[in-house]
Design a protein around this ligand. Structure first.
Ligand code: GLC
Length: 398
């Protein structure tokens, strides 16, 4: 990794930093994912930013996470998007899943729950910062358990496709159809939830429509383990183990060697191979044989995910795989830096050091040549989407 890349990453994060005091007196400090395209605070983006900030300015890393915590609802929902510096303008407001059509300070839905993972990394062993986090983090993860697991099977659900952060992933095509993200019906899907106050129980009772998403549950289990280490409370470990056991029992497809989401009404597995299907590789408590199958038969297979640049968001073998840009549809093939960020450490831990190094090098070279773009063509390295994209600096963390 060149020093130049580190300097550029730090400069990018500094340029995206926003701080101030909201009209109600709440202080904030966060990095916007991309100054022109994404001016607000996004949940999992902020976790990634904080993870990189800790290398340059630990104070900002902590402030970014504290700001997320300040956005939490009394029940424990951490919003997907928070409009600290100004409410969403009229043109964009209708596309956000907010409680009221205009004037909301944050959305009423959430995003992949990585907060405790980020908190532990940013604390870096500082017991005082860990203790500061335990109360609010417990509130967030308790809310996920009580609100988002209506069938009580240990797996939490998403109510809208963008709650996983993988907005337009082809794994949702057959589940949401015309109600999918970036389809006109998405407005109606949001409106339906709005009318029910985003109550999972009310929505599931009326429409029986939710997804037990693999990526979302992997983040949940990783976070519960982090929260257990920080708090010492056994209930978080028990819950992590329960989610992991449920992933193995209900989402693992022994024949294909992949994990698949469960979608209602039938709770059948949605057998589209995406990055999400591979993410249980990060759960070190799963059987080693399962993790090695994910690594060898998928992540490192040049026909599937072993691309020249990074780790693609969809298997190159899937008919829906699109390596390049699509104005309204993302997560349908390109490599994002966070796909590698989650999978490279477990690859190293399982002994695939050379392969892991190759993936990191391919990304570092690409970022040096093309800049910090939102995502990259896994075959050619061409950069797409937003420029100066915050979490692409994760390459520094790798
Ligand atoms: C896009 C991504 C989402 C991300 C957001 C802000 O919508 O799909 O994962 O959080 O941009 O960067």
């Amino acid at each position: 990794m060149t020093e130049r890349l580190k300097t550029l990453a730090e400069g990018l994060l500094r340029a995206g930093w926003r701080q101030g005091i909201r009209s109600d007196g709440t202080p904030f400090g966060f990095t916007c994912p991309a100054p022109h395209r994404y001016p607000h605070q996004w949940y999992w983006d902020s976790c990634f930013h904080a993870i990189v900030w800790r290398h340059f300015d630990p104070g900002r890393a902590r402030e970014e996470l504290r700001t997320l915590v300040r956005s939490m609802s009394p029940e424990g929902l951490v919003p997907h998007t928070v409009f600290w510096a100004g409410r969403a303008r009229w043109r964009r407001a209708p596309v956000y899943a907010t409680a009221s059509l205009f004037g909301s300070m944050a959305t009423a839905h959430t995003q992949t729950p990585l907060l405790a993972v980020a908190w532990e990394l940013v604390a870096d062993g500082d017991r005082e910062f860990e203790r500061e986090g335990v109360g609010p983090l417990a509130r967030h993860y308790d809310w996920l358990e009580s609100d988002r697991d209506p069938d009580g099977d240990g797996l939490v659900s998403i109510l809208l496709p963008d709650e996983s952060g993988l907005d337009d992933s082809p794994k949702y095509d057959r589940v949401y159809r015309r109600l999918a993200h970036h389809r006109p019906g998405y407005f109606w899907l949001v409106e339906r939830h709005r009318r029910r106050g985003y109550s999972t129980h009310a929505i599931v009772e009326r429409f029986d429509h939710h997804v037990e998403d693999v990526l979302f549950n992997v983040a949940y289990a990783l976070s519960l383990r982090a929260l257990h280490r920080m708090s010492g409370e056994p209930r978080f470990l028990r819950r992590a183990e329960r989610a992991e056991a449920a992933l193995m029992e209900r989402c693992w497809d022994q024949r294909r060697g992949l994990f698949f989401d469960l979608a209602t009404p039938s709770e059948r597995q949605v057998d589209v191979s995406t990055w999400s299907s591979l993410t249980p590789l990060a759960l070190t408590a799963l059987p080693e044989e399962v993790r090695r199958r994910l690594a060898e038969e998928h992540v490192l297979d040049p026909r599937r995910y072993g691309a020249p640049v990074g780790i693609p968001s969809v298997s190159m073998e899937e008919p829906s795989f699109r390596p390049g840009f699509d104005r309204f549809r993302c997560w349908r093939g390109p490599s994002w830096v966070n796909t590698a960020w989650l999978l490279v450490p477990p690859l190293r831990e399982l002994g695939y050091e050379d392969e892991a190094q190759r993936i990191v090098r391919s990304l570092a070279d690409t970022v040096e040549r093309r800049g910090f773009r939102e995502y990259y063509n896994p075959l050619t390295g061409k950069g797409h989407g937003a420029r100066d994209f915050g979490w692409s600096t994760l390459v520094v963390d790798l």
